[in-house]
Ligand binder design. Structure first.
Ligand SMILES: CC(C)(COP(=O)(O)OP(=O)(O)OC[C@H]1O[C@@H](n2cnc3c(N)ncnc32)[C@H](O)[C@@H]1OP(=O)(O)O)[C@@H](O)C(=O)NCCC(=O)NCCS
Length: 260
């Protein structure tokens, strides 16, 4: 299925060149303004990986153990270990002390919901993005731009007529990147929503432009629709992503997470 091909987590071990400024725990915003998006490479040295693995819960280690490929296991451990490290910096708690719960559709959240810290993560081909916000749902997605997919076929099945037409109007050389911008914007919105697909994927539209991400045809009720925002993300040369948030428009801080 197209979706399975698109969400392939494979790829080489070449470490992505992250374009955002490096920062770390001390820069994690503890106030409640703005939204942070952290980017991290997942192919780590063995000792870094072992250190992160020690912070995982039994359920996460069991999940890691179910991956067939060692590379996928290691990337899962890295993604979860880094998630814990990032959230721990905001909570002022040890990474191993955090507990997650999951929505019916699988969206993770902190068990300690009263703290108001919301997050979401995405990973593709050795790169992870983490969105962190206070008291507002967030969704993030990232994909490595790659040529081995049937852009027109997938757009015909999953994009709205407006998006498919916009994609066809884009010169061939830029079309694949525009396709991934569209895909990640739709996906980020769905991940922020967190309830799966209450509306058809092709029943809402997002913009495809590089610099500006907008919802063009809303999937929400009129009272809800003005509360959702999309932001384009370009964390590394071969990757595109998107952030979706609910609430008022906010400043987004994009940085590379420096492993501690
Ligand atoms: C569940 C889903 C969000 C995962 O997407 P993916 O591309 O395979 O993976 P991503 O890297 O984007 O995100 C994975 C992370 O999202 C989080 N996640 C899982 N389910 C989620 C949900 N329902 N909502 C938000 N986040 C979710 C998890 O933290 C997961 O990481 P983990 O498994 O390592 O803990 C996706 O399969 C889905 O249902 N998408 C919506 C429908 C769709 O087809 N969209 C296409 C847009 S055109």
């Amino acid at each position: 299925m197209a979706r399975e091909r698109l969400s392939s987590k494979g790829g080489t071990r070449a470490r992505p060149v992250i374009l955002w400024p490096a920062a770390g725990p001390e820069q994690a915003i503890r106030g409640e303004e703005g939204i942070d998006v952290w980017c991290a490479a997942l192919d780590l040295a063995a000792e870094e990986l072992a250190r992160l693995e020690r912070t995982l819960a039994a359920e996460e280690r069991a999940r890691a153990g179910r991956f067939v490929l060692e590379r996928d296991r290691e990337r899962f451990v890295a993604a979860r270990g880094l998630l814990r490290q990032i959230l721990a910096a905001y909570r002022g708690a040890p990474p191993e002390a955090l507990r997650f719960r999951y929505s019916a559709k699988g969206k993770p959240a902190l068990e300690d919901a009263g703290a108001g810290l919301e997050f979401n993560l995405a990973h593709s081909h050795g790169l992870a993005l983490y969105a962190v916000a206070w008291r507002r749902p967030v969704g993030v997605d990232v994909e490595r731009v790659r040529e081995d997919i049937d852009v027109e076929g997938i757009a015909g099945r999953f994009f709205s007529p407006k998006e498919a037409a916009a994609l066809r109007a884009i010169p061939q050389a830029e079309r694949v990147r525009a396709f991934f911008r569209c895909w990640t914007r739709k996906e980020a919105l769905l991940k922020a929503w967190g309830e799966g697909l209450p509306f058809g994927l092709n029943r809402f539209s997002v913009s495809l432009a590089a610099r500006e991400a907008r919802i063009l045809e809303t999937p929400f009720t009129p009272s809800e629709s003005g509360r959702w925002w999309l932001y384009p993300l370009e964390p590394a040369p071969e990757f595109v992503g998107a952030l979706a948030v609910r609430g008022s428009a906010a400043r987004v801080h994009c940085r590379e997470w420096r492993l501690r």
